[in-house]
Write a protein that binds this ligand. Structure first.
Ligand code: DX5
Ligand code: ZN
Length: 216
């Protein structure tokens, strides 16, 4: 199981320090939420901030694009240092093309599914992706409540992927008590914002999440 702290809940005024802290705690990758105020109500950061983060950490950057027409910005984010670029199935009519483009640019390609989007959306792109991001809240804000119906969707996604070496990542409201059941349902990456950066000790929070995968 990989642990991916989401910087959405970090202190943006002290981002480099917050990132160094979770990197030291053994986080596996850093989840970066990009919101445009159109696909989701909130606005966060763009590629210049990704570029700045890239210079401050060795962790792979997992960039979650919650933006309309993601095709227009793929090259910017890969150039800025994204290792994984995830687009929403709901945000583009040309999902397959977007995934091919991400891989051609040299990054790993991810597809995110809103809670109400069926896993069928993946059927014809199974060989074009490296990661599936199952949203366990409706995207747009940190600190929301985990939607338990997503356990079954994670299992469905894992079954659809068959033996392909694709990560199944879970994003939204993930707390320590979800870690073990998420692993059992087939998740391989836990994204957590509030549970890590909102905790009194983010270093301990990363370790607790990892331990909970094994012990429940
Ligand atoms: C929600 C974002 C999540 C968010 C998760 O739109 O995609 O990555 O940061 O934060 P928590 O863990 O607080 O739900
Ligand atoms: Zn996210």
């Amino acid at each position: 199981m990989k642990i991916a702290p989401s910087i959405l809940s970090a202190d943006f005024g002290a981002l480099a320090e917050d990132i160094a802290r979770v990197e030291g705690a053994g986080a596996d990758q850093l989840h970066v939420d990009v919101m445009d105020g159109r696909f989701v109500p909130n606005i966060t950061i763009g590629s210049p901030v990704v570029e700045a983060i890239r210079k401050r950490t060795r962790l792979p950057l997992d960039v979650h694009l919650m933006i309309v027409e993601p095709e227009r910005y793929l090259a910017d984010f890969v150039r800025a240092g994204a290792d994984i670029v995830t687009v929403h199935a709901e945000a583009t009519p040309h999902l397959q093309r977007a995934l091919v483009q991400i891989r051609e640019l040299g990054a790993r390609a991810g597809v995110a599914l809103n809670p109400a989007t069926p896993s069928d959306a993946l059927t014809w792109v199974l060989d074009d992706l490296d990661l599936v991001l199952v949203m366990s809240v409706n995207p747009g804000f940190g600190g929301q409540k985990f939607i338990p119906a997503m356990y079954a969707k994670i299992r469905q996604v894992r079954t659809r992927l068959g033996s392909r070496a694709v990560d199944v990542s879970v994003d939204g409201g993930v707390k320590v008590e979800h870690a073990r059941p998420l692993a059992e349902h087939g998740a391989s990456v836990l994204v957590a914002g509030t549970a890590i950066f909102g905790a009194p000790d983010p270093v301990a929070a990363v370790k607790q999440l990892r331990e909970a995968v094994a012990t429940g």
